[in-house]
Design a protein around this ligand. Sequence first.
Ligand SMILES: Nc1ncnc2c1ncn2[C@@H]1O[C@H](COP(=O)(O)OP(=O)(O)O)[C@@H](O)[C@H]1O
Ligand SMILES: [Mg+2]
Length: 342
Amino acid sequence: MSDPAKAPAKDPQRAALAVERLRTEFRIDGAWHAAVDDISFSIARRETLALVGESGCGKSMTALSVMGLVPRPQGRIAAGRILLDGADLVKLPEPALEKLRGTRVAMIFQEPMTSLNPVMTIGAQVAESLTVHQGLSRRAAEAKALAVLDEVKIPSAARRFHEYPHQFSGGMRQRVMIAMAIACQPAVLLADEPTTALDVTIQAQVLGLLADLRERHGMAMLFITHNLGVVAQIADRVAVMYAGQIVEQAPVAAIFASPAHLYTRALFAAIPRLDLPDQALAAIPGRVPPLDAMPTGCRFAPRCPMVQAGCEQPQVLAPVQVSMSAGHSARCHVATGYRVAA
Ligand SMILES: Nc1ncnc2c1ncn2[C@@H]1O[C@H](COP(=O)(O)OP(=O)(O)O)[C@@H](O)[C@H]1O
Ligand SMILES: [Mg+2]
């Protein structure tokens, strides 16, 4: 289903998606506070960046910012650029954004049941997204919808085309959501915890499918998860997010071999061991600070087992290259040996 005529001229050096110093805020008691605070990352075509962190760290707000779906009026993008194939989405008026959404950049949400219309057949829903975004006739949209449902490996797609969401299992519903997201061949796919609600076997199948689609369509993928096992399966690079900030960024092998930031290390320590069934997930003690009560300096310091003098200083937030590893940086002066001036 590739359509080279539709794709814009490619600059191989240019990232498909580049987020630069993005700040997204919410208004709380009359004052604006950052839920996403000065984050930067980029993703190339055919690359998957995993965005990892506990619940409440700003992962979904990052994706919603890229989609232009920050809830208003209580939320806003306050600063930064979001470059999609070189064009800054932050500056685009809503009608132009609306056009890009679903066609150049698409998102898969965690809960397929809340995103699907329960009284509309699966086929009609996928076809509808194609008539809306691509202006296809009903007949052409239905033919393409069927092809896309086949592509996401819905068994007997022609028959199941006429079924309703409740007749589909969780894994199959998530495949339908993926079909709707990729139907218009977006350049960038944002997947927000798309497998969290699925059991491990189905999860592995969906991850395999996403990796395959990314490869075939040359998409750049932002994959949001709090599950490091999933990261190992799908990501090329990892950005660890804590309290609205990216605290560590690295190629996937480097972060598994030598996690630097104490928060990343705590996340790794919280992975349940596969060889010990029924083991409770070791949670990190303490909680993510609320938006209106962020510590100065390192935001993980109040929960950090290795907190030291200097951690409270704002300078510790500068990302510092970790050892000799290319593309590996962390905002932790304890881990990087970065000296904070007194
Ligand atoms: N509509 C909203 N109004 C106010 N605060 C919000 C809203 N949505 C999210 N937040 C806050 O923004 C922060 C980041 O949330 P979110 O991006 O959903 O986290 P994650 O996806 O990492 O779990 C949290 O502190 C959350 O409470
Ligand atoms: Mg979320």
